[in-house]
Design a protein around this ligand. Structure first.
Ligand code: GLU
Length: 435
């Protein structure tokens, strides 16, 4: 069967789309999908099915603001695929979140779950809002109404949200409560990343950063590097970036640079990461004004002479412009989609080992799965058990992706896509099409 590159995705999503929009995260996901689909010689029908979101929900969320006025926010929930199990994925609150971004993030969740063998499909949510400008009361009303609007979408056997950018345990607690009020019983398995007291898992908060640490150490071993010899730069100091920085420092790495929206912070002798975490916690989660470091720009941070670079901020940070200047030997993608397809080519050519997002940041959804299992059993694990199982899952996934990339002689990113798409496609073939 002849394979036509990206023809379906373009006709479905980009009408009319004569030029490939390289800033569109869904297109950038599709570019990698296409390469993997070609390697797998995916049947065109299967190709179309796997790149089309199963369901897209767009919802208006009216909120009474503190000044008494009503404001209407726009919210999304995209279910990309639920072939392997209930769909799973976080909810992002951001002023510039858009449907294409959420669609890409939902698809990445499908592939991510398959890479770490978590029996979930992929989904993602987003609400266009600026949480920094909203009071806790406004955020609560927004969250509850978003949940109520999607009450038939969510469910422990249907679709299970989690935290993502600018959403946290408290927001998960409000989702749990709203869902439970409608269900007339407490249903803690409807959401993950919630407070431990409400059925959250030990270790969930650190899980994504911990997974980044585990696969980074595995990559260092592959390259014959020791943690104590390695310097690290981390872009982003939210939950993922700060935890990855702290844990890599605990492993003996020298973390010389971190950044957040307030700017970059550099110290060639190594930053005091625990002190920076304390500072940010006391400063509305911002490093603004932190003194014990030299300021550097975002581009300087990305192109520093370090062994490991951890992009843990947002999409499209490593581009064809800065990729040629990147000196890191390992890039460990804490964020979703931080590297553009063009940059991928340059990094490959330069021999940089990129641990792709759908592997590197899969620790979060892995412990989300553990949390869901614990909620459904009503039996909770120790932190030690969670961490041991997480480390094992991440190590195994790293080895599998590494083996796939060697087998097909492709980058680890394409290896991961091949592995994930092959799994979901095989499951679909077994299930067949219900007509
Ligand atoms: N938002 C996280 C991610 O992008 C976690 C999703 C989850 O735990 O469901 O992987």
């Amino acid at each position: 069967m002849p394979f036509k590159r990206n023809v379906y995705a373009r006709s479905v999503y980009q009408e009319p789309a004569p030029i490939l929009d390289r800033d569109n995260p869904f297109q950038s996901m599709m570019e990698r999908f296409d390469i993997a689909a070609e390697i797998l010689e995916l049947d065109p029908g299967l190709y179309e099915y796997l790149c089309t979101p199963a369901r897209i929900h767009i919802t208006a969320i009216p909120v009474t603001m503190d000044d008494g006025r009503m404001k209407v926010f726009e919210g999304f929930r995209v279910i990309h695929n639920d072939i392997l199990g209930p769909s799973k994925g976080g909810i992002r609150y951001a002023p510039d979140v858009n449907l294409d971004e959420v669609k890409a993030l939902a698809a990445w969740m499908t592939w991510k779950c398959a890479v770490v063998s978590v029996p979930f499909g992929g989904a993602k949510g987003g609400v266009i809002c600026n949480p920094r400008e909203m009071s806790p009361g406004e955020l609560e009303r927004l969250t509850r109404r978003y949940t109520a609007n999607l009450i038939d979408v969510f469910g422990p056997d249907r679709d299970i949200p989690a935290p993502d950018m600018n959403t946290n345990e408290q927001i998960m607690a409000w989702i749990l409560d709203t869902y439970s009020m409608h269900a007339r019983r407490t249903e803690n398995a409807v959401v993950t990343g919630k407070p431990i007291l409400l059925g959250g898992s030990q270790g969930r908060k650190e899980a994504t950063g911990r997974g980044v640490m585990t696969v980074t150490l595995a990559a260092m071993e592959e390259l014959g590097l020791r943690a104590s010899q390695c310097s690290v730069a981390v872009q982003g100091f939210g939950n993922v970036g700060s935890t990855a920085a702290r844990l890599l420092a605990e492993q003996g790495c020298k973390v010389v640079a971190v950044s957040d929206v307030s700017g970059g912070y550099y110290n060639p002798n190594g930053l005091d990461i625990p002190a920076m975490i304390d500072y940010a916690t006391a400063n509305r989660n911002s490093l603004e004004g932190y003194q014990n470091a030299d300021p550097i720009s975002n581009d300087e941070l990305l192109t520093l002479d370090v062994d490991v670079l951890v992009p843990a901020a947002r999409e499209d940070q490593i581009t064809e412009k800065n990729a040629p200047h990147i000196k890191a030997k390992i890039i460990s993608e804490g964020a979703n989609g931080p590297t553009t397809p063009d940059a991928d080519d340059i990094l490959n050519e330069n021999g940089v080992l990129v641990i792709p997002d759908i592997l590197a940041n899969a620790g979060g959804v892995t412990v989300s799965y553990f949390e869901w299992v614990q909620d459904r059993q009503g039996y909770f694990w120790t932190l030690d058990r969670v961490n041991r199982r997480l480390d094992r899952a991440m190590r195994t996934a790293f080895e599998n992706v590494f083996a796939a990339s060697n087998k097909y002689n492709v980058s680890m990113r394409i290896g991961a896509y091949v592995m994930a798409i092959d799994k979901v496609a095989s499951a679909l073939r077994m299930r067949g099409i219900y007509a």
